[in-house]
Design a protein. Structure first.
Length: 162
């Protein structure tokens, strides 16, 4: 088992290289810009503040009124360790999450998979958007995330109308 002192030494060593800080600031800046761009383009959607996380995930909710009225939310999530963007359908609380997992378990979800209710799982449905994103092309990456997120939202709205 690695001691806390060993972990802190490795942490300090990695920070001294200044790469982690630059990458983290770049990711946070990208996420803030993405959130701002989407909020400006889609004024009927609700965008929450950016959750920075503990270098595990960073996300913000970006939810159309239709889903918000059902006490649901859509989150655009960056998973740091996996270097992947996902979009999650979530509920305002665990009870809502459980209710919608039960409701959707009765339907054909097509290419989407239901999340399993368990501690630490905050989604009803989680869908991969982009693996190994190209942060050197922020405009293209934003367009990809936007298009795939809107497609996901449309799929969810259609599923809930069935």
């Amino acid at each position: 088992m690695t001691s806390m002192n060993e972990l802190v030494r490795e942490y300090t060593l990695q920070l001294s290289k200044n790469m982690i800080q630059k990458a983290y600031r770049g990711i946070m800046s990208f996420m803030a810009d993405l959130r701002s761009d989407l909020e400006g383009k889609y004024p009927d959607f609700t965008a929450t503040g950016l959750y920075f996380g503990y270098m595990d995930m960073t996300y913000f909710a970006f939810t159309p009124l239709t889903l918000k009225e059902m006490k649901l939310k859509v989150a655009i999530v960056y998973l740091h360790e996996e270097n992947r963007f996902e979009v999650w359908l979530g509920g305002n609380n665990r009870q809502i999450q459980s209710q919608f997992i039960e409701l959707l378990s009765q339907k054909d979800l097509g290419r989407h998979e239901l999340s399993i209710v368990q501690p630490g799982v905050d989604s009803i449905i989680a869908s991969q958007l982009i693996h190994q994103p190209d942060f050197d092309n922020p405009a293209g990456l934003k367009q990809q995330i936007e298009a795939k997120t809107l497609g996901f939202i449309n799929d969810i709205i259609l599923l809930l109308r069935e």
